[in-house]
Design a protein. Structure first.
Lengths: 160, 720
């Protein structure tokens, strides 16, 4: 039977009762009710389930709860602070960088990870980094615009 | 627990739907105001049903049940909040925003004060489905007329209040004002303590596009913030109290029938509900993993039937065409034989299109909850009322006891017309006596959903020495009739659709068969231009009288710089155009072919699109660019692989869809025709991509590709 696993998600500590080898995605969605992180493929190919683990974007469908547990986890729900959107969220909103928006959580989390590693990416670097995130509606050009805008905002205001 | 009383077989569907029957609507007037509070309500009635209603009371609302043919309604509450109701579904095409703009515009209120209630069979009027690019051309005018009628009601209320004639009063910024005295009353004040309801007059005049103030503007997506914060709940994100998670045991191949099933071990597991019902076997548990484990513990045997594989597909489609002719699927003008005899050049060619998958990122999903014999289902579907009827039929309950709610959905592209997941969740929930959620895996999505039909298209054609078309014979096997007719002027035509037995479950896909028919027609037009030694654009314009199509071709060509000079080796340019569903499209493409590797890269796409008066230019641009990028997948590399009843590339790692690296420089030229009614834009912009790219590859490499996808593995013939 499953024994409790300690997780730190969005700055809060949780004790999660689940199979330690099950994917982190299901612990987030089903145990912690953090449903902003989406299931899209279950094989790490679409990026819809992207979260930050120790600040690095990871596919939560491909990493087990036990493997994820040692580092702080950030999900889309953890980006907003005191009612203020993260610059990447704000830029997606302003660029209208979504249609159905099912991919948006994963796109935003990957982009936040990109900008913390590379605060001023070229369009080619954005394409390279986000290649693993699928948008079936084809909103890719606006995502690139949004990431560039967010990079400018973060450089100006210092939050990333 | 086992339950075996109901058998269901989800029916496959093909092609577009014809109009369905109207249905009773359960919400009575007293419930309507109970739900929304007091205020003013206007009900839009379908035009063709108004005649029938002439004998019924038309002013005021004296009957308890609402009429059957209401298509939309609108409520203005005592706090001034405007709520508009439509059975349409938001699937990323942005109707929640564009329809709210329409209402705000006509009612003269700020955009922010309009709330849209969509796709809830208990609250919204019957709707056939969010299909065929119909939301804008049908729903937008209906809501507009409802809003205009509501304005009249408010003005009437103000006139009575002030005891003045209604004629002099004006509606401005959420108020009725009297220019003679300068006094005004807010809508909220006028709606207070009233339960005033009116059926919509037949032809209330509405605001023409050149006087729009809220419509026509690039207003950002309504509720955009809930999407960037992850707060919007798609169907898979819903969590009902006591909810269980369901899984369905799938047969090993299409058409397999169950011969034995031993579920004892699974049934012995704690906390698991097993359902065996005909060939349906499913499990529900407190989490997906336990439900899956239970299914793994069930031992089944199946009788499989031999089936055709992809390599035999096109010969199979031709051999299995329906022999009997049907006037509805054939158009004949003049004599193709005479036209071919008179031709200076003749060209015959055969084109093929593969099955492709919609692969919406939100897989099919549903949550079902039974309570006192009533069923509520949340599901991502384009046809909530059809799903309601399907559920009522399968479970033998009255339609009034089934409620289907569609949360704004993670896209569909024509792929979510059926209620498969809804039926499965409802079946499991009935046995479990608790709410059950079913979310398909990606593999299920790729295998058990339906596909864009494959097809074979054969064309015979002829042109005169000056390049004028003399004959056009066009046969489409299986893929469908959308845009099957040629927009070009040809006196001698024979155009025919041949339905055939189809080896895979097929259905609507963004643009339906128009993408296939555009591909074949516009590819052959390019070959004919070459035979006539004319520029491809010049050749099209020479054979074209339709002014709207000429306009988009010329607009795309102008922005693209057609005709362009090649500036590097392997470069090529292509053009294609056409019209469908009230929208006119032309696409220019630039490709670069690497002759040593055979790699083809689309570097630039320019698409001009015209769909009448534009309601939201930002949303429209997003749709047009997105459709072009999605269309590149089907044009270049998407194809469903199948062998003997099994899909062999049912994962994103094996089924390639467009990603960031595949995206060219895409430009959308939007022609705003304020003198024409707004048509839909979800489908037609995708149609020119494949032929434009195919034509550009020919221009670059001299190789004519006549099958979609064009280059799943590059251009093999120029590989070194």
């Amino acid at each position: 039977m499953a024994k409790p696993i300690e997780l730190e998600v969005n700055g809060k500590r949780y004790s999660v009762q689940c199979d330690p080898e099950s994917p982190l995605l299901y612990a987030l969605r089903d145990e912690l009710n953090l449903t902003g992180t989406k299931y899209g493929c279950g094989e790490g190919q679409c990026g819809a389930c992207t979260v930050l683990i120790g600040g690095v974007p990871r596919r939560s469908c491909q990493i087990s709860v036990s493997a994820a547990g040692s580092k702080p986890i950030t999900t889309i729900e953890g980006l907003e602070q005191d009612g203020h959107l993260h610059p990447v969220q704000q830029a997606f909103l302003e660029a209208g960088a979504f249609q159905c928006a099912y991919c948006t959580s994963g796109m935003i989390m990957s982009s936040v990870g990109l900008l913390s590693a590379n605060p001023h990416p070229t369009p080619e670097e954005i394409v390279q980094f986000l290649q693993g995130n699928i948008c079936r509606c084809g909103t890719y050009p606006r995502v690139i615009v949004a990431v560039q805008q967010a990079a400018r905002t973060i450089l100006e205001n210092g939050r990333g | 627990m086992s339950d075996t009383s109901v058998k269901f077989v989800p029916e496959p569907e093909r092609y577009e739907f014809s109009a369905g029957p109207m249905h009773h609507f359960a919400l009575a007037r007293r419930d309507f105001f109970k739900f929304l509070g007091a205020g003013i309500a206007v009900f839009a009635v379908a035009k063709n049903s108004l005649a029938k209603q002439e004998t019924a009371p038309t002013h005021g609302f004296h009957q308890e049940e609402l009429p059957k043919d209401i298509t939309a309604w609108l409520h203005i509450g005592e706090d001034g909040t405007v709520t508009a109701f439509t059975g349409k579904v938001e699937i990323g095409q942005n109707i929640r925003t564009s329809l709210a703009q329409t209402v705000a515009d006509e009612l003269r209120v700020p955009f922010e004060s309009v709330r849209m209630v969509t796709a809830d069979t208990a609250l919204t009027p019957f709707d056939f489905g969010t299909v065929g690019s119909r939301s804008m051309p049908t729903m937008s005018p209906q809501l507009r007329r409802a809003a205009a009628a509501a304005r009249d009601l408010l003005a009437g209320a103000a006139a009575r209040e002030w005891n003045v004639p209604v004629e002099g009063l004006a509606a401005v910024d959420g108020k009725i004002t009297d220019p003679a005295t300068g006094r005004s009353l807010r809508y909220a004040e006028l709606a207070r303590d009233k339960t005033l309801a009116q059926n919509l007059p037949a032809e209330d005049p509405v605001t023409p596009p050149n006087e729009w103030t809220v419509a026509g503007k690039p207003i950002p997506k309504k509720d955009g913030r809930t999407f960037v914060t992850g707060k919007h709940q798609y169907t898979p994100d819903l969590r009902r109290p006591g909810q269980m998670y369901g899984k369905v045991l799938r047969p090993p191949s299409f058409g397999a029938t169950l011969t034995s099933c031993d579920a004892k071990a699974a049934e012995a597991m704690g906390g698991v509900v097993i359902v065996r019902d005909g060939d349906f076997i499913g499990a529900a548990a407190s989490n997906e993993r336990d439900a899956s484990k239970a299914l793994e513990a069930i031992h089944t045997e199946w009788k499989e039937v031999p089936q055709i594989s992809r390599k035999e597909l096109f010969s199979y489609l031709k051999q299995n065409a329906t022999a009997k002719s049907d006037d509805r699927s054939r158009r004949i003008k003049g004599s193709v034989e005479d036209g071919l005899t008179a031709a200076a050049h003749r060209l015959d060619a055969t084109y093929t299109v593969a099955f492709i998958a919609h692969a919406p990122l939100e897989p099919r999903a549903a949550v079902a909850e039974w309570s006192d014999g009533k069923l509520t289902v949340w599901t991502g579907s384009q046809r909530p009322f059809a799903v309601r009827d399907e559920l009522a039929d399968v479970f033998h309950v009255a339609e009034a006891n089934v409620r289907v709610i569609v949360p704004d959905t993670g896209s569909a592209y024509g792929g979510k017309h059926t209620g498969d997941a809804a039926l499965e969740a409802a079946r499991l929930a009935r046995a479990a006596r608790r709410p059950v959620q079913v979310v398909w895996t990606r593999e299920e999505e790729f295998t058990w959903a339906y596909f864009r039909p494959a097809g074979v298209i054969e064309i015979k054609s002829g042109i005169a020495a000056d390049g004028a078309l003399t004959a056009w014979e066009f046969h489409n096997y299986n893929s469908g009739m959308s845009a099957i007719e040629t927009p070009y002027t040809v006196l001698n035509q024979h155009i025919e659709f041949h339905p055939t037995q189809c080896p895979l479950r097929s259905g609507s896909y963004r643009g339906l068969a128009a993408t296939a028919n555009f591909f074949a027609r516009e590819s052959l037009m390019d070959e004919l231009a070459s035979a006539a030694q004319l520029d491809p654009l010049e050749f099209r314009l020479k054979n074209l009288s339709d002014a709207r199509l000429r306009a988009v071709l010329e607009a795309a060509a102008k922005s693209f710089g057609w005709p362009r000079k090649k500036t590097q080796g392997g470069q090529g340019f292509g053009i294609a155009g056409g019209f469908e569903k009230g929208g006119y499209v032309a696409t220019c493409a630039e490709v670069v072919v690497d002759r040593s590797s055979g790699a083809v890269r689309v570097v630039r796409i320019t698409t001009a699109f015209e769909c009448g008066a534009i309601v939201n230019p930002d949303g429209l641009r997003n749709q047009v660019i997105g459709a072009n990028i999605q269309g590149l997948g089907g044009a270049l590399f998407e194809a469903v692989e199948f062998e003997n009843g099994r899909i062999t590339n049912s994962r994103f790692s094996r089924y390639r869809v467009p990603r960031f690296r595949d995206v060219p420089d895409v430009e959308a030229i939007l022609l705003d025709r304020k003198d024409l009614p707004s048509a839909g834009a979800g489908e037609t912009p995708i149609m020119g991509v494949a032929p434009a790219v195919g034509n550009a590859i020919f221009d670059a490499a001299g190789i004519r590709l006549r099958g979609l996808p064009l280059v799943p593995n590059g251009l093999p013939t120029v590989k070194t």
